[in-house]
Design a protein. Structure first.
Length: 95
C-alpha cells in the first residue's frame, strides 16, 4: 500500500498522542505528577483536563508567568541543580 507523505505525517502525529492519552488516563484521579521541563504547560493542561484533581508540579528554567496557574512551579536549572523533591514523591513524571 502506498501512503502519501501527508498520511505518514498524520499517522506519526496521532500515534504518539494516543500513547500519551492512554498513559495519562492510566494515572489515578488524585495523582501527584511532575512535568519535567514544563514550559508553557501543554502536557500539564492535558493531564488537568483528564484528571482535574491531580497535583501537577512543574520544573523548568522559564519565568513563572509563562506557566499555567494550577502548576505548582519551581524554577530550576537541572543542568546545575538537583531536582528539588525527595525520591518517591511523585506517582509519575511526564516530559
Amino acid at each position: 500500500m502506498i501512503h502519501s507523505v501527508r498520511d505518514l505525517i498524520i499517522r506519526d502525529l496521532i500515534k504518539p498522542r494516543r500513547i500519551t492519552d492512554r498513559f495519562l488516563a492510566s494515572l489515578g484521579s488524585h495523582s501527584r505528577v511532575l512535568d519535567l521541563g514544563c514550559g508553557s504547560g501543554i502536557r500539564s493542561s492535558l493531564l488537568k483536563q483528564i484528571h482535574p484533581n491531580s497535583e501537577i508540579y512543574g520544573v523548568d528554567r522559564i519565568e513563572r508567568e509563562r506557566v499555567p496557574h494550577f502548576v505548582i512551579y519551581k524554577k530550576v536549572d537541572l543542568d546545575v541543580e538537583p531536582l528539588p523533591y525527595p525520591y518517591g514523591f511523585f506517582d509519575a513524571i511526564i516530559f
